[in-house]
Design a protein around this ligand. Structure first.
Ligand SMILES: Nc1nc2c(c(=O)[nH]1)N[C@H]1C(S)=C(S)[C@@H](COP(=O)(O)OP(=O)(O)OC[C@H]3O[C@@H](n4cnc5c(N)ncnc54)[C@H](O)[C@@H]3O)O[C@H]1N2
Ligand code: MOO
Length: 402
């Protein structure tokens, strides 16, 4: 029997040439939480002029060095409509927050610090330093400045900055399209009445959720019976839809009805690897059908989802231009564990905080068909191949699931 591939080697192979997909232009309003495909440089200077930061009077600082000082109000500058004249000695211009500071003025006197004598005259009650309450042109950014680097996730602040820099659209990394298809003549859709020997397909929806969270788009092709022509047809549909990744669920192993490798091989799939030194998830398949990547996940529901966490999520994140950092921590075992065999084990467990330490309690039964324990687990204890028996209190490595 061929040697099983270590998990790290399989992941490295899968990600070797996985780089962010090309950019696509989308309107600002649709760019939220997408990933920038290019650097964003300022298309303008902000603020574009020296602007008042306060409501008050644009004055010459020298005029109000000695207070009280009387000044003649010669005009008004509001945001959107500047005062076009010049402030000379003994003069002031009424000004509001955000308005351009008129020529000649070099400070803003707060309106609270001025007393209105009559229509055209104020008295300054406080001195103001030169430059006070003036936002200089370019305080925020200047034309050509690098504002946002390629790869930045467009959160609220990044989007508003891009808008402020005058971008109506942004080039964002195209979301990888992931086609999901379940194989198995025994499967029926959730909500239907299964026949005596049928079971409900559980994996499409779980895998789809992980894909979306990793930054991908999903097309769910549903259930395909264990039939060569049907499977080939579904794979062709996925390619016609432009899938970047085709994920098959089930049929990855060696049984007579496990058709994924045979059918995709006949369609020209080049196999990257098959069979990983891990439990659950041993029969994982990775290959390429032209530019389309194929990930054949094992059918057991827990195997499908664990393989998705470990392989599909990092792949989708990489294609989507996102940084994926698994939440791996150190905990202590709440109970003893037996020595491990040659496969790396991912053991469903519950981690709790106990006197400041993380304590991991594995579920007693770890069958890879049992979704109930995966849903109850918040972590997977990672047991290295051939790990010796461990006692309660020993350190262990955990991969947090939520
Ligand atoms: N002789 C061997 N038998 C098996 C091996 C092996 O190495 N030699 N590997 C075992 C391991 S490990 C796994 S995992 C399974 C996975 O095999 P497949 O990918 O071929 O999965 P299926 O046979 O199609 O299904 C397994 C099991 O899961 C159910 N299933 C399948 N798809 C779904 C779905 N979408 N939703 C819910 N449940 C699903 C299916 O009905 C079966 O009960 O192979 C072992 N066998
Ligand atoms: O992946 Mo299989 O679950 O190792 O049972």
């Amino acid at each position: 029997m061929a040697a099983l591939l270590p998990v790290e080697d399989a992941l490295a192979l899968l990600l070797t040439d996985a780089s962010p997909l090309a950019g696509e232009d989308v309107p600002l309003g649709s760019a939220g939480n997408r990933v920038l495909a290019v650097d964003i440089h300022a298309r303008r200077t902000q603020p574009p002029f020296d602007a008042s930061a306060m409501d008050g009077y644009a004055v010459r600082a020298d005029d109000v060095a000695q207070i009280p000082a009387r000044l003649r109000v010669i005009g008004v500058s509001v945001a959107g409509q500047r005062f076009s004249g010049c402030v000379n000695s003994g003069e002031a211009v009424r000004i509001f927050t955000g308005a351009p500071v008129p020529a000649g003025a070099d400070a803003i006197l707060l309106q609270e610090d001025a007393r209105l004598i009559d229509e055209g005259t104020i008295e300054a009650l406080e001195a103001v330093a030169r430059g006070r309450h003036i936002r200089r042109a370019g305080l925020d950014f200047s034309t050509g400045d690098l504002l946002l680097p390629s790869g930045r996730v467009l959160d609220a602040a990044a989007l508003s900055l891009a808008a402020s820099a005058n971008y109506p659209t942004l080039s964002v990394v195209r979301k990888p399209l992931v086609a999901i298809l379940a194989t198995g003549s025994e499967l029926v859709e959730p909500g239907t009445t299964p026949g005596d020997d049928q079971i409900v397909a559980s994996n499409n929806v779980g895998v789809a959720t992980l894909v979306s969270a990793a930054g991908g788009r999903v097309v769910d092709l549903g259930i395909i019976p264990d039939d060569r022509a049907a499977l080939a047809g579904a794979v062709n549909s996925a390619r016609e839809l432009g899938a970047d990744v085709i994920v098959t669920l089930g049929g990855a192993s060696v049984g007579d009805h496990d058709l994924v490798q045979e059918v995709l091989g006949a369609q020209g799939m080049a196999l990257d690897f098959w069979k990983i030194k891990m439990r659950p998830g041993k029969p994982l398949i990775s290959g390429r059908l032209g530019a389309t990547r194929v990930l054949g996940l094992p059918g057991n529901p827990v195997s499908s989802l664990v393989c998705s966490h470990l392989f599909l999520v990092p792949l989708v994140a990489r294609l989507a231009g996102r940084i994926h950092k698994p939440d791996v921590r150190t905990a202590v075992l709440g109970v003893s564990m037996k020595a491990n065999d040659h496969r790396q084990d991912y053991v469903r467990a519950v981690v709790s905080v106990d006197e400041g330490r993380l304590t991991a309690m594995p579920f007693a039964v770890q069958d890879s068909s049992m979704l109930s324990t995966l849903a109850a687990a918040n972590t997977l204890i990672i047991r290295a191949p051939d790990a010796p028996a461990a006692s309660a209190g020993d350190a262990c490595t955990v991969l947090m699931l939520r």
